[in-house]
Design a protein around this ligand. Structure first.
Ligand SMILES: *Cc1c(COP(=O)(O)O)cnc(C)c1O
Length: 401
């Protein structure tokens, strides 16, 4: 049996007709940009996040850019964030002319280490951008205290965490702005690119709306240099069909995560992600392969060093790479999020973060592996994943003998 890391077939089987009806309705209406379909989705999404305003836009990346611009962050400003994320997190900060400042992550959560933020502050620090990586919410109460103490704006990167919450309150409703992606593999995926910014401040919402349409205050009056970044009506129609299913999908992801955690708990060669707080939405289930996972692998002596490790000055990843390759040969397809941390990317060489500058982040990139997790993953498929892992990864001696 082949187990893919992500698959839409079953979801299309379940929702196909409703999606086709919704798209066809937009197609026949002739209203593709703006209009009631967008307004309706924005309102539904704002309600789901528990804020008064949601502004649709072209992508999660654009949501970050629009939020930063809307909050007045630009040239000369620094934004503290984590380097263990998708590149767009930092790219958006740079796109508005500001500088990303990376602090290391917490090993147990993969999230920005809140206790390291204060050491990274400078007079230029304007904001902090927590990333709810893999769907796990950052402790927004503690972050809020730090931000308030230093008058920092908070822009949440919620791209992987639609449907997640901290202390019972959805992510995206804690900071000054929340930025969401509707990329197809995210928890709420469109049939293409899409994103949204959420916020409470009506003036900020109005500024972001203007920026998303060429800085246009009213028709053909431009008060700032903005962007062409809109959510289109077909995507909004698709998202409106899917949104009511989000809580159930998140629940299923939580169930799959809990099964992985119990089925794999005794494997000595794997470090499992912490169960986390209740509001974890498990966009990814990311295990770590910290050493040679089995006697078969022979990583200690023999396996092929990874070329990325040498090129980008990162810890050796051959144990993880061996497991990924061997799983793939057995039909279990996994993904590495992310093999090269942002601060070691060639595009950020000028920032000067050398090898070893963020040691936990760097070690994680050499060890992480994302197992298949999506709501439609069947229990049979999951059992295949755990069975194959149990064959490949050493178990404790007490069980093996
Ligand atoms: C996906 C993602 C983004 C960007 O979203 P797009 O819609 O692909 O532009 C930003 N940050 C994180 C953490 C992401 O995972």
């Amino acid at each position: 049996m082949q187990v893919p890391p992500f698959d839409l077939t079953e979801q299309l089987h379940q929702l196909g007709e409703a999606l086709e009806d919704a798209v066809l309705q937009v197609l026949r209406s002739g209203q593709y940009i703006g209009g009631a379909t967008i307004a309706r989705f924005e309102q539904q999404f704002a309600e789901a996040v528990g804020v008064p305003h949601a502004i649709g836009c072209n992508s999660g990346t654009d949501a970050l850019v629009l939020a930063l611009r809307g909050l007045g962050i630009g040239e000369g400003d620094e934004v503290i964030t984590s380097s263990f994320s998708f590149f767009a997190t930092a790219e958006a900060i740079s796109a508005v002319g500001a500088t990303p400042v990376f602090v290391d992550v917490e090993e147990s959560t993969y999230l920005i280490d809140l206790e390291r933020i204060e050491a990274a502050l400078t007079p230029a620090t304007k904001a902090v951008m927590p990333v709810h990586l893999f769907g796990r919410p950052v402790d927004m109460e503690r972050l809020g205290q730090i931000a308030a103490a230093h008058q920092l704006l908070v822009i949440e990167d919620c791209a992987q965490a639609t449907g997640a919450s901290w202390a019972g309150r959805p992510v995206g409703g804690w900071g000054d702005a929340g930025c969401f992606s509707f990329f197809p593999t995210k928890n709420l995926g469109a049939a293409g690119d899409g994103g949204a910014v959420t916020c409470r401040d009506p003036q900020l919402a109005a500024r972001i709306r203007e920026l998303a349409v060429h800085g246009m205050l009213r028709r053909y009056l431009h008060t700032s240099l903005g962007y062409n970044s809109r959510l289109d009506a077909m995507q909004a129609a698709v998202l409106s069909v899917k949104l009511p299913h989000l809580p159930g999908w998140v629940e299923r992801r939580q169930q799959l995560a809990s099964t992985y955690r119990s089925e794999l708990a005794d494997l000595q060669g794997l470090l499992l992600p912490a169960a986390g707080p209740g509001g974890h939405s498990w966009n990814q289930f990311v295990v770590r392969v910290p050493r040679c996972p089995s006697a078969q692998a022979g990583c200690g002596g023999g396996c092929q060093p990874s070329s990325d490790s040498a090129t980008y000055g990162l810890p050796e990843s051959c144990c993880r790479d061996w497991l990924k390759q061997t799983l793939a040969e057995a039909g279990v397809n996994t993904i590495i999020y992310y093999p090269i941390p942002i601060h070691r990317q060639p595009a950020y060489a000028q920032l000067g973060y050398g090898p070893g500058s963020l040691p936990i982040t760097e070690r994680l990139t050499a060890e992480v592996l994302s197992l298949p997790i999506f709501p439609e993953l069947s229990s049979e498929q999951q059992a295949t994943v755990t069975a194959v892992l149990r064959q490949l990864v050493a178990q404790p001696l007490s069980l093996a003998s």
